[in-house]
Design a protein around this ligand. Structure first.
Ligand SMILES: *Cc1c(COP(=O)(O)O)cnc(C)c1O
Length: 415
């Protein structure tokens, strides 16, 4: 429970937002009672904030964890967790198709402190398991970092297998399940020690703040918290409040994403102009069998390849009227990107090929729109990309949010 001093109006349905950088004590005796745990309350804003505690308690419950911590971004949740737990000389094994900045953090920054990270490609499940067993050294490996589902292909790993080969005394399994949210995947119930999220995505859900979190056993979380006290990677009261407010509607929002995501993925798969769809809810996904074991829903991000050249894909993305062109996912906004031209533009062609980012790969997050609106938009844009005759502007274009980009964001939401 959040530790809150007795103040007026504590019967508010929505707890007050705390933005105080410091907390006061009436006298030394009162502080003594605080030190001895007789009095609840805060001491200084880098250590304590009741609005964080509220969000952290909600997150712990959602993940079935003993405790949780929030951070100002997903990357700070990752970097603080790893820095709190890794020692010089340790090795870390991680999923090779993981988030781009995560790879940079491991390869360029942790390496400076004598921590060696090895990426393992997770596109092929058997190959991943073989490589994992070969590279796993119980003497040095303190952390296994798994992004699951991966972005943008939604690759999964066999957590049970990993659990069975590691030494649990020596090695912790951390799962970044941002792509699934706690609604669709519960890594702690499948043998992970810690679960981590970029709350900027589904958990925040409105595209209006950045945050991150880590959830796990109380002892490990306390260790990470002591590091957070020193690193100073703390959220602010307002972001913590926005997160806490958003968590209450997560089940409803995910129900929309799961249902509409599957409907759109199924329709795309049947479209002859689409050559491939990566969505774990489809039987055609290479990891569909693992998806049945670990996931209870598949969310609102779809990656697909078009059956055409790179320039036609660019024309397709540019012709879409509903989604914003940009990165981010999990909010009520629909967004789209041609991956090679957008998120991965700094990588060489060879580096992109290594992680499966082809020139024709598109990632779309569907927002809270009626799926029929998204599908109409896709159909129309595909015809424009192929220069097919008879394409008419969208019926719904007048109310589609991309049109209103400079004004109020009035969209057509199905919930
Ligand atoms: C976005 C993202 C992150 C980074 O989160 P930020 O909040 O942007 O710092 C980490 N992991 C995954 C899987 C993500 O999608």
């Amino acid at each position: 429970m959040p530790r809150i001093l007795k103040t007026p109006y504590m019967n508010a349905v929505v707890p007050p937002i705390s933005v105080s950088s410091a907390y006061y004590f009436r006298d030394t005796e009162e502080f003594r009672r605080y030190k001895e745990g007789e009095l609840s309350g805060g001491r200084y804003g880098r250590y304590d904030n009741p609005t964080w505690l509220e969000a952290e308690a909600q997150l712990a419950i959602m993940e079935g964890a003993e405790a949780a911590l929030i951070f100002p971004s997903g990357m700070s949740a990752v970097s603080n967790t790893v820095c709190a737990l890794a020692q010089q000389g340790d090795s870390i094994l991680y999923t090779g198709c993981a988030y781009r900045n995560l790879r940079t953090f491991f390869n360029e920054h942790m390496s400076r402190f004598g921590v060696k990270a090895h990426a393992i490609d997770q596109a092929n499940v058997d190959q991943f398991n073989t490589d994992f067993s070969r590279l796993y050294d119980p003497e040095t490996c303190s952390l296994v970092f798994i992004e699951m589902p991966s972005n943008p292909h939604m690759y999964l790993v066999d957590l049970d297998y990993i659990r069975s080969v590691i030494d649990p005394e020596r090695t912790r399994i951390i799962v970044d399940s941002t792509f699934a949210s706690p609604e669709n995947f519960q890594p702690l119930r499948h043998g992970a020690d810690l679960v981590l999220h970029s709350c900027t995505k589904y958990l925040g859900g409105h595209g209006d703040f950045l945050a991150g979190c880590v959830c796990g056993d109380a002892e490990t979380i306390e260790k990470i918290q002591l590091y957070r006290n020193v690193s100073g990677a703390v959220s602010d009261g307002m972001s913590a409040f926005l997160l806490s407010r958003s968590l209450s509607s997560l089940p409803l929002r995910m129900a929309h994403f799961n249902k509409s995501g599957l409907a759109i993925a199924t329709a795309l798969e049947a479209n002859p102009m689409v050559s491939r769809v990566y969505y774990t809810g489809l039987e055609s996904h290479p990891h569909a069998a693992l998806a049945r074991r670990y996931l209870t829903g598949h969310g609102g991000v779809l990656s697909f390849e078009l059956d055409c050249g790179k320039d036609e894909v660019t024309r397709f993305v540019d012709a879409l009227e509903v989604p914003f062109m940009g990165t981010n996912f999990g909010s009520h906004h629909a967004m789209v990107e041609q991956c090679a031209e957008f998120t991965y533009y700094k990588l060489s062609g060879e580096e992109r090929a290594d992680i499966g980012i082809t020139d024709t790969l598109v990632r779309m997050t569907i927002g809270l729109h009626d799926p029929a609106l998204i599908l109409d938009d896709i159909d129309r844009a595909l015809k424009i990309a192929r220069s097919m005759p008879g394409v008419v502007p969208m019926k719904a274009a007048a109310t589609a949010p991309r049109i209103a980009r400079t004004g109020s964001q009035v969209g057509q939401f199905s919930i």
